[in-house]
Ligand binder design. Structure first.
Ligand code: APR
Length: 231
């Protein structure tokens, strides 16, 4: 049987009910930091220790949180559909919630990479410190796409969404490009569902006819969308 495909685009809001703070709900600060301090190449050049410490805290927090109902509901979709989750999140809650195909647009907390050879990527579950080096002897950095850096997984995400019959957008303010523009590449007749208590309809969404908005939290809204699709 040729299964239909669902591409799920997620942002910080899908992890909010697990206890991970979103970015823009906190007045431009990310866990008390100016994002440019901790999530930009300039910030890294200026103060590596601060950046490492920031991601160490995020990595520790990840061990204390659990996937929520939204993550689990997405797993159930795989009973009937090919499902690809394309997330802007750096946490691993989709994987732990049971989703089998997850594309991380903005990198992953549990990976680090070389600063001289970006193809040297390592699994990393504990703190990363100054002096931790890759096999070529350079300092390791978090495997995160910082502001101003290229988004290597975009090509893969574009390929996936171009052949989707259904798209579910969850918990993203649809402001950060290129991720926010991905939905524009879904086929014209694809059905689009958007779950967010404060949905923001950007240019790409505003021209879609078959858009259904669920202005509520991911925990309840995603289950509703999954039930519609499983009917
Ligand atoms: N359920 C669903 N959505 C929620 C919930 C919830 N319980 N709580 C908040 N939200 C929504 C907010 O209404 C908002 O639209 O989650 C969204 C969070 O938006 P942002 O904080 O802007 O996060 P996101 O869109 O993922 O940011 C994109 O920006 O800082 C960068 O690289 C970072 O990947 C991130 C990117």
């Amino acid at each position: 049987m040729n299964r239909e495909k669902v591409v799920v685009l997620t942002g910080a809001g899908v992890s909010a009910e697990s206890g991970i703070k979103t970015f823009r709900d906190a007045g431009g600060l990310w866990e008390g930091h100016d994002v440019m301090e901790v999530a930009s190449p300039e910030g890294w050049r200026k103060d590596k220790e601060l950046v490492l410490d920031f991601y160490n805290q995020r990595r520790r927090q990840l061990k204390e949180v659990e996937p929520n109902d939204a993550h689990f509901a997405l797993k159930d979709l795989e009973l009937k559909y090919k499902v690809v989750v394309v997330t802007q999140n750096i946490d691993n809650l989709h994987e732990r919630g049971g989703s089998s195909k997850v594309v991380h647009l903005h990198g992953e907390l549990n990976k680090v990479r070389s600063t001289v050879d970006p193809s040297l990527i390592y699994e990393w579950n504990d703190d990363l410190n100054l002096g931790d080096k890759c096999e070529k002897g350079s300092q390791l950095r978090p495997h995160i796409v910082w502001f101003g850096e290229a988004v290597p997984m975009m090509d893969r995400a574009l390929l996936e969404i171009a052949s989707a019959q259904h798209v579910i957008i969850i918990g993203t303010s649809m402001q950060v490009y290129p991720a926010a523009g991905l939905v524009g590449y879904a086929p014209r007749n694809a059905s689009i569902y958007y779950v967010d208590p404060r949905p923001s309809i950007n240019a790409e969404l505003s021209i879609r006819d078959n858009l259904e908005v669920f202005a509520e939290n991911a925990g309840t809204g995603v289950r509703k969308v999954v039930e519609i699709l499983l009917k």
